[in-house]
Ligand binder design. Structure first.
Ligand code: SF4
Length: 225
């Protein structure tokens, strides 16, 4: 079995997507005014969390000034501000904040990855970039034998997970259910749960509320038994 930290080292060194390499490095050089004194990470963001986790949380891609700055998934931006308290309330995190990589956050029984590990322009990876990053997602799954529940955040992450699992020969229902918040699908002994992404665009408009996100993590807990 591959060591997850070796897998993450491979991810950090990856330069397969030239468009994303140039974008993540340019954002890291130019910075946002509020963070101009900081050194941005500017590389692929590795997955993080509890290596023995039974829940895999799958985001879309690093935010340019969020994890592309801090170097840790869902750290230091609006999505982290909304997601981390929900993880804390559900007992998957030891604290309700995720602001920088050395802030003491510990995840319990949960591991975080994304369908794309590099910050994309406009937060929109291209389909071929998602496909290029699939092997990393699948390698995580293959090396986490206790995994029981996958929570996909947002439609693109959901579809990315479905495509990766299908490409790997996993048994998926046909036709595949459409993405819907709270949707639930059984896949080769795993349960795939879908949630709206906790981006500001969704949380500030009320499309995703704390109660809606809590319900997804409560369901994950229920499935773990
Ligand atoms: S998105 Fe994935 S495949 Fe593309 S450069 Fe980043 S880590 Fe590599």
């Amino acid at each position: 079995m591959m060591n997850l930290s070796e897998l993450n080292q491979q991810i950090i060194a990856c330069r397969r997507c030239t468009r994303l390499v140039s974008h993540r490095e340019r954002v890291a050089r130019e910075k946002r005014r509020a963070y101009r004194e900081e050194t941005y990470w500017g590389r692929p963001v590795p997955s993080c969390g509890d290596p023995a986790a039974r829940v895999l949380l799958v985001g879309l891609a690093p935010g340019g000034h969020g994890s592309n700055r801090t170097g840790r998934m869902f750290t230091g931006d609006g999505s982290a501000e909304f997601l981390t308290p929900a993880l804390f309330r559900a007992g998957f995190a030891n604290q309700p904040t995720s602001v920088h990589a050395a802030d003491g956050l510990r995840l319990d029984d949960l591991y975080i990855t994304a369908v794309v590990h590099c910050a994309p322009p406009g937060n929109r990876p291209l389909p071929q970039e998602i496909i290029r990053c699939h092997p990393y997602f699948l390698a995580h799954l293959a090396n986490m034998p206790r995994m029981q529940v996958i929570v996909a955040l947002g439609q693109i992450a959901f579809q990315g997970v479905v495509h990766a699992l299908r490409a790997q020969g996993h048994d998926l229902p046909a036709p595949m259910p459409r993405f819907a918040h709270g949707g639930e699908t059984s896949v080769s002994g795993l349960t795939l749960l879908a949630s709206y992404h906790p981006s500001r665009q969704n949380t500030q408009t009320g499309r995703l509320t704390s109660a809606m996100l809590d319900a997804v993590f409560q369901r994950a807990r229920q499935l773990l038994g």
